[in-house]
Structures are given as structure tokens and as C-alpha cells.
Design a protein around this ligand. Structure first.
Ligand code: ADP
Ligand code: ZN
Length: 435
């Protein structure tokens, strides 16, 4: 086994990966065809029999599964094992619309914990580490999903949950927490609170954070790393594919390896559903290759990314995807221009004066759309000299205009004045039809 591996599958050759994928793909199609009325009907309608899957290219013949399909099968319509074999239920956090339920067998939980442990091990987490999980528990998979992986690896794992900053810091200090899992939006809040308490976040024993569950830019990551003097690794997952542990950055911090022994990943044009050209941005589509209780074929994640070209210096040949550029349903159209909130964040984070939070508001009057961006300014920059603030406002507006082609109104606000949430951050509000 490769010396850096937690699981030998990490360092498989492309041949090994693809041969395993084909065997597993055939197997999952055969199982759902036999055991599930919904999939059998879908596959029959598309003229796909399990025997007709002969190569990995045949996956394109399999119909997509959408979030609406999963909702239509709520609660357990896609489960293919006897219900007494199920041991855990999760739901997607419902960032968009009604939740979707995903049920797991004990084997599913084991595989998931192994995948998660593999991710943590890859970025240098070891059993000697103390792991503090600052994400929500409950139905949200970022709680128990990450927790089980850290335990599996052998870390002392603290289920701290989100918020309660004072307790969070006390735990880090008292138990010498070296690794944390944290939402990007909460990481900066935590750092700022520590500073307000007159302490330096960089003095804490934290050396690694795994950060994910919502999109954030490279510039945002840099801020978290600088603030805490620790390494931040991007963690991607979604409830429909278990949760965290689907794709993870290695120590190169350049793209996320997708664990292709467990998932088949494709990137499609959201309009046509066809594979995009190599390296082009599109919607990530995923198939579970090993899930026992509730397999899902060709799930339309609505997350936008691209496969990164070339091989990773770390030696792992599992394809890498770029950080998530946004959800296809995140995009908004303002004055006829397509804009992703991530583009705005990218510009804002380049201004040292900008604090930890911002909010994008879209309104309209009888002339047309009005884009407003409320930006928290760090305490030390929130000066009384109006000219200085006006100047900053203009510079931000200009920088945004050259990125998104629309000139927004910039409203500078004091730090800690914009609303924060315990779960995923709400960065955008479309108020156009509410008037
Ligand atoms: P919901 O869809 O209700 O938010 P989940 O908790 O399953 O429920 O969230 C999964 C989604 O979270 C992904 O589809 C993706 O949009 C987002 N996400 C997860 N990890 C990341 C990440 N590292 N970067 C960007 N987005 C992420
Ligand atoms: Zn790598």
C-alpha cells in the first residue's frame, strides 16, 4: 500500500478505478432495476436493461434523477432493502425547497465513515489530533457525517455543534483542539469574536480546518487561513450522496479529488444534459456506486464546477473538480446579466477593509432592477471621515462593475450588523416580486 494511503483505493491506477467503476455500475443498475418500481419504469422507458450496460460510456443512456424525483419518492420510495435493515435517516438541509430523505444501512454508514476518514487522513489529520466539529448535528449530514469519519480515524471528537462562540473557544483551549470542521461563514465570525475578546486566533492550537457545505472563494479561504494561521481544506458533499466525504482537497489545495471508487461523476451542460467538453464548466451529476440501502443514479446536483486537467502532484489519480462555482439555481439575472453571488464575493474579499459578512439585495422600481450590496467594514476601517468611506464605496462599486458588468449600490455597514445564521449563510435576497 502507498505510504500516504489510508485506503489503498486512494492510489489506484486509472485502469483499476475504471474497472471497479464498471463492475459497480453494472451492479447498481441491476439492483435498482430488480428492486425498485420507480427506477425500473424509468430505465424501461429509456430502453436501458441492466445487461445493456457494457462500458462506462453507457452511463449516458441512463436517465437523470432530479431533486423533484427524490421528493416524489419521499419518504422511502427509493429504498431497495427491507426497511428493518435501515439504521439511519438524514435529510438535505433544505437550503432550497422541501427536504429529501436519505436512509442508510449499517454498511452504508461504515462506507461513509471510511470515506470521510480517508479525506481527513489525506490532509494530515491523525489519531493524535483532537477534532472539534462546529457544524450543526441533527438531520444535516455535516454533523454526524464528519463526526463518524473523525472517530473512525481515531481522533478524540468533540460534537461542539455550531455557534456559542465562547464555549467553542473554551473547548479549543481546554482540550487542545488541533482540527476543526467549520462553515466558511462561521469561521470568520469566530475569528472576529476571538479578536474582540482581545485574543489572537492564530495563537490557538488549531492547525487544520476542513471547511465546506457552502460555496466560498479562494480569497475567502485565504482569509480564514491567515486569521487562524492554519491550513484550510475544502470539503464537498451533499445529502443525496451521503453527505461530506464525496470530494475533498488534498494537501496541494488545488481542486477536490472525487472518490471515484464510490461515486461516478459527470459534468453536463445544464441545458442539454450532454457531457461538456473536457475542462468546461457544467453541472455535476453523480451516481452512488456502493450505496446499499438507497442507491441514486445520475443525480443532478445543480452544483456548477469543472474537472481540472492534468494529474495531481500528490499521486492520486481520482479526478479533481474545481471548487463549486455556485448552484445553477443560485444564478440571478440583473439588468439582463447573469450573475453568481460567488463573483461578488470574490471581488469583496480582495478589499482588506471588508469584514466577514455581506448581503446582496435585488430590488426593482419602475425603471428596472436595482442591485444593492451591503458590506460589513472591519472596525478599524470604519472611520468617521466620510470622504474615506465614499472613496471605498466607489472603489468597491468599480471593481464589481468590471467583474459583473452592472454597477451596484454599495452600502457600508458596521461589523456585526448583518444577520448571521447558525446553518448555511444567506448571502442573497431577491425582493423583486415582493412589492
Ligand atoms: P441542501 O441542498 O439543502 O443545502 P445539503 O446539506 O445536502 O442540503 O447540501 C449540499 C449542498 O451544499 C451541495 O449540493 C452544494 O451546493 C453545497 N456544498 C457542499 N459542500 C460545498 C463546498 N465545499 N463548496 C461549495 N458548496 C458546497
Ligand atoms: Zn492530490
Amino acid at each position: 500500500m502507498h505510504q500516504d494511503a489510508y485506503d489503498p483505493a486512494e492510489f489506484w491506477s486509472r485502469d483499476q478505478i475504471e474497472a471497479t467503476q464498471l463492475t459497480r455500475l453494472k451492479n447498481v443498475v441491476a439492483r435498482v432495476y430488480k428492486k425498485n418500481a420507480f427506477y425500473r419504469k424509468r430505465l424501461d422507458e429509456a430502453g436501458v436493461s441492466p445487461e445493456s450496460i457494457r462500458s462506462l460510456d453507457d452511463i449516458e443512456r441512463i436517465p437523470f434523477t432530479t431533486k423533484d424525483d427524490l421528493r416524489s419518492q419521499y419518504p422511502l420510495g427509493l429504498v431497495i432493502v427491507p426497511e428493518e435493515e435501515l439504521v439511519r435517516l438524514h435529510c438535505s438541509s433544505g437550503t432550497t425547497g422541501t427536504p429529501v430523505a436519505i436512509a442508510h444501512t449499517q454498511n452504508d454508514l461504515n462506507t461513509w465513515a471510511d470515506l470521510m476518514a480517508r479525506c481527513l487522513h489525506m490532509v494530515g489529520v491523525r489519531r493524535e489530533d483532537v477534532f472539534q466539529n462546529m457544524s450543526g448535528y441533527g438531520l444535516f449530514t455535516g454533523g454526524l457525517g464528519i463526526h463518524s469519519g473523525a472517530e473512525r480515524l481515531g481522533c478524540m471528537t468533540i460534537p461542539a455543534g455550531p455557534g456559542n462562540t465562547a464555549r467553542q473557544i473554551k473547548l479549543v483551549k481546554d482540550f487542545h483542539t488541533t482540527v476543526a470542521h467549520i462553515l466558511p461563514s462561521y469561521a470568520l465570525i469566530l475569528g472576529e469574536r476571538i479578536r474582540e475578546m482581545g485574543e489572537n486566533p492564530a495563537d490557538l492550537p488549531l492547525r487544520i480546518a476542513v471547511v465546506g457545505a457552502e460555496p466560498y472563494t479562494a480569497a475567502f479561504r485565504q482569509r480564514i487561513e491567515d486569521l487562524f494561521n492554519m491550513k484550510v481544506y475544502n470539503s464537498y458533499g451533499l445529502s443525496e450522496m451521503n453527505g461530506p466525504g464525496v470530494a475533498f482537497e488534498c494537501q496541494e489545495q488545488n481542486g477536490l479529488h472525487i472518490w471515484e471508487d464510490a461515486y461516478f461523476a459527470e459534468i453536463v451542460d445544464p441545458e442539454t444534459g450532454r457531457h461538456v467538453a473536457p475542462g468546461e464548466v457544467g453541472e455535476l451529476v453523480m451516481t452512488t456506486l456502493v450505496r446499499e440501502g438507497m442507491p441514486i443514479l445520475r443525480y443532478r446536483t445543480r452544483d456548477l464546477t469543472r474537472f481540472l486537467p492534468g494529474t495531481c502532484p500528490c499521486g492520486r489519480l481520482h479526478h479533481r473538480m474545481d471548487r463549486i462555482l455556485g448552484r445553477s439555481d443560485d444564478m440571478f439575472i440583473c439588468k439582463g446579466v447573469n450573475i453568481y453571488p460567488q463573483q461578488i464575493e470574490d471581488v469583496l474579499m480582495k478589499f482588506p477593509e471588508v469584514g466577514r459578512n455581506y448581503l446582496i439585495l435585488l430590488d426593482n422600481d419602475n425603471v428596472g432592477d436595482i442591485l444593492r450590496v451591503q458590506v460589513e467594514i472591519r472596525e478599524e476601517y470604519f472611520v468617521e471621515d466620510l470622504r474615506v468611506l465614499r472613496g471605498l464605496q466607489n472603489r468597491i462599486a468599480h471593481a464589481l462593475r468590471s467583474e459583473i458588468l452592472v454597477t451596484p449600490r454599495i452600502e457600508l455597514v458596521q461589523s456585526n450588523s448583518l444577520p448571521v445564521s447558525d446553518g448555511k449563510a444567506v448571502r442573497f435576497k431577491d425582493q423583486r416580486n415582493s412589492k
